[in-house]
Structures are given as C-alpha cells and as structure tokens.
Write a protein that binds this ligand. Structure first.
Ligand SMILES: Cc1ncc(COP(=O)(O)O)c(C=O)c1O
Length: 508
C-alpha cells in the first residue's frame, strides 16, 4: 500500500519537546499535528489527502495511517481527535475519524469511524466498551445516589411537607445514634453549623481560638463571623492534622477554645488535644465536616469535644445536597442551636406538645434549617454509610496498588490509633513538579485540585492579620506538594490505571 515516496519527509525531533517523534517515522505533506502528541517509532503517515492529529494524541510504534490507498484508490482525510490513544501496529484507513479520548487496541485495522470515549479493537476494529475518560473527563468527586435515595426525595415532594416536617427529626435521631451522642441538630451547611457552634459556646470579639491553617477556609471563617481571632498552630507532616505538641505554646489568656479539623477523613490526635483542653479549661469544637464515620481509638470523630459538625455537601462521604448536622451531649447546647437555626424562636407548650412560637424570637437567630428533601436523602444515605465507606476504602486500595512504586510521589497514610473514611484522595509530589502534574492531568481529562491552599495565606487573611509566608512551614510545605485526584464510588480500576499511568509518565 505504500505509494510513491517522493514527498516523504525524514523523521525529526521537535526540540521544544512538544511533539515527540520517535525513531524512523515517516510522514508526508498535509499532516496537521497538535501539541503534546507522541508518535511511536516506525510509524508511517500518508497525509497526502490530509491527516489531522490533535493535542495529546498518543500513537504506538509501527502504525500506518493512510489518507489515500493506492491499491483500491480510496482517499479521505483522517482525523484523530484530542487525547485518543492508538496501540502499536494499528492500520488506520482513509476517511476515518477517531473520536476524542478513544482508545484503539494494538494490531487493530480501523476502517470505520470510532466514536469518542470508546475502546475499540480488532480486524476490523469494533467498539468493545467505554474508555476510562468517558464523558470527556474523570471528575474529582461525585455523589453516590441510588433508587432508594431518589424515591425518598420524591416521596417528600409528593407529600407537600417540605420544611420542618417529620424527616429532619428522624434524620437527627439516626445521626445521633450513628455517631453516639445524645443530640443532633440538622442545619443548612457545615459552615452554618460551625457558625452556630461558635455562638452557642459564647465565643465573642476579643477571644482567641486555636485552630489549623491546613483546612477548608470555612473552619476559620466561622470564627471571623463573630470577630473571634483564629490562632493557627502548625500541622503534623504525616496526617496533615493540628500538631498537639505545638498547641500549648500558642495558648494565651484570651484563648477560649480549640477548633480541631479532622482533615480529609482522618482524626487528629484527640487524646492529647482533649488533655490540653481539660488542663487549660478550653472548649473544643470538632470540625468533622470531612470525617463522618472516622474513629480515634474507639470513638467517632465529632464526639470528643463540646460540639461536632458533619457536612453533607455532595463531595462528602454521604450527601444531603447542601446540609450538615451538629452533634453534642449537652442539652443546653442542643437547645441553643435548635433555636438559633430557626430565627432564634423559642418552644412553647401547645395542645400538640412543645411547638415553635412562630412570631416571637428569644434571641438573634438565623435561617440555617435543613429542608425535608435533604433530610429524607440524609436518612437513606446514612443507612448505607458503612458500605459506602467500605467502597471508598477499596478504591484507596486500588490507588495504593497502582501508585505506591512511583518515584517522587507520597501516597496518603493512616496514623496510629485511627480509622480513615477518605473524604478525598490526596497525593504529594516531592520533586517540585506538582503544578506540572496538575496541568498534565487536567489536559488529559483528569480533574484535580491543589488540596489545600494554606488558610493563613489567603488574601483576606493576610490583610486582616498580617500573616506571611514562613509562618507555618509544615503547612506551607504540604500545601505546595499536595493535590487531590479523582475519588468517588464508581471510579473503577481502568480509570485508576489510566490516572496512574499519566502520573507515572510525568514523575518518572
Ligand atoms: C473542613 C471543612 N470545614 C467546613 C466545611 C464547610 O461545609 P459546607 O460546605 O457544608 O458549608 C467543609 C466543606 O466543604 C470542610 O471541608
């Protein structure tokens, strides 16, 4: 099939490194090549009638791509779309389009178009399954919603009772019994739950609260809402949690509480933290927004201190859409939060028992209520929380299998005495290539995030308190090395292999 060779160009290396032409490739005029393509050795491209190879395409060695076939005189432009991968020794015939993210198995003979996001193989090549990158990208997180969840929400909608009905009360009882506290109070978000915790504990302007700079910004913002000063203490390198050994030196006369964050689904060292809190008579708020179900020794995170808060934003271990639950063993704190979330209303005796005094407020309050649809979803999600956590743990096992031998990469570990419930999967890149890896993964359709930017270096925090680089060196180092990669129930081993292969390629 090789026609006349008079127009053929010699193989060449593009020194910019954008296109990696390997040894002894041949191609003719009318070849359009995108960025970051990788063409294997001995590949032959007849582009007389046009061959477009888009960005990030990878072609194995020994492939033949024809835009005209001189034996039966078929001609037609070949288009290989972004991110497609073609195995070694494939033949692509004139007029074929290979869709974005498609994967063609080695030794295939491709004479028909191959749709985007599919894996094709054979002579002639046929689609055998969806590609690892199926909808153009692998998302970083996705909620796990089944038919029972959908029905529960629909039932509420059909009942017409959308707020302050029976569902939020049932959800609260179930949450309290799951985590092992006397009371639970459902609210509209983790942020509003933390805000109420700060108010309920009587923290106010002039008070200081010790907390971590390595967290989602809401864990400090809840203090700022009440003009309470966050006093940051650096973190442990292994678990990224508040380092208890550094707490005591940060305590002053103004210190009133410790706000612990169990970051990424793993507990802080609560034995030491509670000991310090007792010694200095400090209140403890646990931001357990990322750690539902995780234990320190035998106790659930969120249940050690005065108040704990769990968020159910859709990327969490379970979801209610927006929403959260505050837990406590104190009746007084529960009743305060109960009133504060509902415009500061008080309960009064009525014929039906205790009921809200709808138009009379006892204190300044908020609308931080959880609606009935969210609560109904919470009930069905909580029923399967242990199996959902188990599924997350299996994905962690697969990541470990495919990532643990990659150089310059640290995979997450679980500290002594704790269980981990894996809100996210965060890896560390230790050769300074974190940002390069993030941009490569993004271009390959893999969603990533720099988890987490240090709170003290957020623009508004620097402005308010004069924080600067170097204030919390462990946090800053971890923050410059970490990234979260896709992690959700449904991520399969093919996805993980694909992600691991991209990581390996950059960090090798
Ligand atoms: C550590 C931490 N604290 C607080 C929050 C706030 O929760 P929400 O998004 O439900 O307001 C989050 C949530 O994403 C979080 O990760």
């Amino acid at each position: 099939m090789h026609d006349n060779f008079k127009n053929w160009k010699l193989p060449k290396f593009n020194k910019s490194g954008m296109t990696r032409w390997n040894w002894m490739c041949q191609y003719s005029e009318n070849l359009k090549l995108g960025k970051n393509t990788d063409i294997g050795a001995f590949t032959y491209i007849n582009a007389n009638f046009g061959v477009d190879i888009e960005d990030y395409v990878e072609i194995g060695s020994g492939c033949s791509i024809y835009s005209n076939n001189t034996i039966d005189e078929i001609t037609g432009k070949v288009i290989i779309k972004k991110n497609a991968k073609i195995g070694t020794h494939c033949t692509i015939m004139p007029g074929v389009t290979i869709g974005e993210n498609a994967v063609i198995g080695a030794y295939s003979f491709v004479k028909n178009n191959i749709p985007a996001n599919s894996v094709a193989y054979g002579v002639p090549a046929k689609v055998i399954k969806k590609a690892a990158v199926s909808d153009g990208k692998i998302q970083i997180a996705k909620p796990y919603i089944d038919d029972e969840d959908k029905k529960a929400v629909m039932d509420v909608l059909e009942s017409g009772w959308l707020s302050l009905g029976p569902k939020y009360k049932e959800f609260e009882q179930n949450m309290a019994s799951y985590v092992g506290t006397k009371y639970a109070c459902a609210v509209s978000s983790g942020t509003s739950g933390l805000h109420l915790a700060v108010i309920a504990l009587g923290l106010k302007e002039g008070d200081e609260v010790i907390t971590t700079p390595f967290s989602f910004v809401a864990s400090s913002n809840c203090l700022l809402y009440e003009k309470v000063k966050p006093v940051f203490v650096d973190i442990e390198e292994e678990t990224f949690n508040l380092d208890p050994d550094k707490i005591e030196s940060a305590i002053t006369k103004k210190t009133k509480a410790i706000l612990v964050v169990h970051i990424f689904g793993q507990s802080a060292r609560m034995d030491k933290i509670m000991k310090i809190a007792r010694k200095y008579k400090l209140k403890v708020i646990e931001d357990s927004c990322e750690s539902l179900g995780a234990r320190f020794q035998d106790k659930m995170t969120g249940t050690f201190g005065d108040i704990g808060v769990y968020s159910f934003y859709p990327n969490k271990q379970m979801t209610t859409g927006e929403g959260a639950v505050i837990v406590t063993n104190s009746k007084r704190l529960y009743e305060l939060c109960d009133s504060l979330r509902n415009q500061g209303r008080g309960l009064r005796e009525s014929k039906k028992g205790k009921d809200w005094d709808w138009l009379m407020s006892e204190r300044l309050g908020y609308n931080y209520r959880m609606d009935e649809m969210s609560a109904a979803l919470g009930i069905t999600q909580l029923k399967k929380i242990d199996s959902m956590i188990e599924k997350r743990r299996r994905i962690v096992g697969l990541y470990k299998k495919h990532l643990e031998d990659i150089k310059n990469l640290i995979i997450p570990t679980v500290g002594k005495d704790r269980t981990h419930t894996w809100f996210v999967y965060v890896i560390q890149v230790i050769n300074g290539k974190r940002d390069q890896l993030m941009s490569d993964l993004s271009s390959a359709g893999i969603q990533v995030r720099p988890y987490l930017p240090a709170i003290h270096l957020q623009k508004f925090m620097k402005k308010m308190f004069g924080f600067k680089k170097g204030d919390f060196p462990v946090c800053e180092k971890i923050s410059s090395q970490t990234l979260a990669i896709p992690f959700y129930i449904g991520l399969d081993e093919d996805n993980i292999k694909y992600i691991a292969a991209r990581i390996r390629k950059i960090l090798k």
